[in-house]
Ligand binder design. Structure first.
Ligand code: DER
Length: 227
């Protein structure tokens, strides 16, 4: 599909940012998968990186199977670059992430990286967060009902994410609440702080002041923000 072409364009443009000797963080999702493939190709052609850290077990499997040398945050607590997709990107480069259920490790890697580059097809650009995708929130399963009650008081409709009628379990053995804000998210930083105030909330899919650069693949090729 054209969207796959746009994702592929963004993924391979991001792979070109990876330099000799880097420690690279690999994101999760279909756009990040294009980056993983492009990086594997560059390594096959001779690029030598120190290693890659995966943001999910799924990405680890894929990258390892493609002979990308894998490492972890204990060996390299700081990454040179972290490259990942997003569900929504607003004009201030704030993100909603987590549709793939990997938001906790993704945010850990994004915060450990000197540079966080987002890759996406043009459909991810929005003017305000929260209108197209629910906000994923990773929580401790024990507290799902009191947490859902408190988040609903912030004006959200809450769904515990399920796969085939069983609750989705993250790589960290937690649940995901998908929180729909019918009026969108007017103040992402305030909402993020309110959510982190709720005991049992582990992490949110709001990525604020974390993004260095966004590479958007679209019909006209590749656009980079900020220039
Ligand atoms: O779940 C995630 O955070 C993914 O990165 C998601 O936001 C983007 O997935 P996609 O590239 O498959 O749209």
């Amino acid at each position: 599909s054209p969207q796959d072409t746009w994702k592929q364009r963004a993924g391979s443009a991001a792979a070109d940012l990876i330099e000799e000797g880097m420690v690279v963080g690999l994101g999760t999702g279909s756009t990040a998968a294009y980056l993983v493939r492009a990086l594997a190709q560059r390594i096959q052609q001779g690029l030598q990186i120190k290693g890659a850290v995966a943001s999910s077990l799924a990405t680890y499997e894929m990258a390892n199977n493609l002979n990308i040398p894998m490492t972890d945050l204990d060996d390299y607590p700081e990454l040179d670059i972290y490259i990942d997709g997003a569900d929504e990107i607003d004009p201030q480069l704030r993100l909603i992430k987590g549709a793939g259920g990997a938001l906790l490790r993704e945010k850990i890697l994004a915060s450990a990286a000197r540079r966080f580059v987002v890759i996406a097809d043009s459909s991810k650009k929005v003017t305000q967060l929260g209108h197209r995708y629910p906000l994923p929130v990773e929580i401790i399963p024990l507290a799902k009902t009191p947490i859902a009650l408190q988040i609903s008081r912030l004006g959200a409709q809450i769904q515990i994410r399920h796969n085939n009628n069983i609750p989705f379990i993250t790589d960290n053995h937690n649940y995901i609440l998908d929180c729909t804000f019918p009026q969108g998210i007017g103040d992402p930083a305030q909402l993020d702080a309110q959510l982190h105030n709720i005991v049992g909330v582990v992490e949110t899919g709001l990525f604020i002041h974390m993004v260095s650069q966004v590479i958007i693949g679209g019909p006209e090729g590749v656009q980079v923000f900020p220039q």
